[in-house]
Ligand binder design. Structure first.
Ligand SMILES: NC(=O)c1ccc[n+]([C@@H]2O[C@H](COP(=O)([O-])OP(=O)(O)OC[C@H]3O[C@@H](n4cnc5c(N)ncnc54)[C@H](OP(=O)(O)O)[C@@H]3O)[C@@H](O)[C@H]2O)c1
Length: 282
């Protein structure tokens, strides 16, 4: 059965930018009440203004997901304002591109583990008592296509995204029968500032032949996935082929990644539409 979004309280981490911002606007368009979480109050205020311009309701909650105190205070604030949390989108994150032997691999991977993985797990621990009390809710955790199949240069980031996928799978089974739904989303390369600091020479070769998808496409997939209670959301559809190849054999998966470097294949499959992340970053 399809879920109604209107009047649901939807809390989103990483709502100040990129996918989080766009998803907030998409939920506002569906009549949801938004709670916008991230560290930057000024950026969140700007997103809240956009939500209100569309006739929506938005609460700004400056939050650092790497701090347990900040996470608990954020959930308390949302509940004191709205009285409930229907949808929680664990989206905040940072990334790092660098090969396994790069000097900062260990430090950067630890940082991502703290923010992307433990940040999400911390938020779930804080939100679950509320959802259990309500006897309903939906938790959506952000992973990535590389959370199912890594690309060269993404060893650290990809491991964290795999970890989030594994964690979410366990959580879904733990919450079976509670009316609290659990999903992961795996977007492909998306037009956001996430990789702005990465050095072009560190990027996987396939990225020179992959066109980033618009944030709005990811936002629409999030709303659709929540409405349908999809356990796994993959956006766009093409990475499902990569995941299938990887499931047959890691060597098939590697071959598929190599195939993505071919622009003729990219044109035919729709993964290359004339621009790359380098165009996006100017
Ligand atoms: N872009 C892609 O190609 C892509 C593909 C697949 C998955 N993803 C995932 O999508 C998520 C959103 O990324 P994006 O692409 O939209 O990048 P983005 O525009 O850089 O957004 C990252 C968001 O995370 C927030 N954030 C970072 N550290 C935080 C912390 N300690 N506490 C709270 N918020 C924090 C940032 O806000 P503040 O700076 O205000 O805290 C920002 O709102 C990430 O988890 C990323 O791994 C991205």
């Amino acid at each position: 059965m399809k879920k109604t979004i209107a009047n649901n309280v939807v809390a989103i981490t990483g709502a100040s930018s990129g996918i989080g911002r766009s998803t907030a606007l998409a939920f506002a368009g569906e009549g949801a009440k938004l709670a916008l979480l991230s560290r930057s109050r000024s950026k969140l205020e700007a997103v809240a203004q956009e939500v209100r311009k569309r006739g929506g309701t938005a609460l700004v909650v400056p939050t650092d997901v790497s701090s347990p105190e900040s996470v608990q205070a954020a959930v308390d604030k949302v509940v004191s304002e709205y009285g409930r949390i229907d949808v929680f989108f664990n989206n905040a994150g940072k990334s790092f591109v660098g090969r396994a032997d790069s000097v900062d691999f260990e430090d950067k991977t630890r940082e991502m583990f703290e923010t992307d993985y433990l940040g999400a797990a911390r938020m779930v621990r804080a939100v679950l008592p509320i959802m259990r009390q309500q006897r309903s809710g939906h938790i959506l955790n952000m992973s990535s296509v590389v959370g199912r199949k890594a690309f060269a240069g993404f060893g650290g980031y990809s491991s964290i995204m795999h970890a989030i996928d594994g964690y979410t799978s366990a959580l879904r089974q733990e919450l079976k029968g509670t009316n609290i739904h659990v999903s992961t989303i795996h977007p492909a390369l998306t037009q956001t500032p996430l990789l702005a600091d990465a050095r072009p020479e560190d990027m996987p070769p396939a990225f020179r032949s992959l066109s980033p998808i618009p944030v709005e496409q990811v936002a629409r997939a999030v709303v659709r996935g929540i409405r349908r209670n999809s356990a796994r959301i993959v956006v766009p559809w093409q990475p499902r082929l990569l995941m299938f190849a990887e499931a047959i054999s890691p060597r098939f998966g590697d071959l598929f990644v190599e195939l993505l470097q071919n622009r003729v294949f990219g044109r035919v499959s729709g993964t290359f539409r004339g621009t790359t992340y380098q165009h996006e970053l100017g």
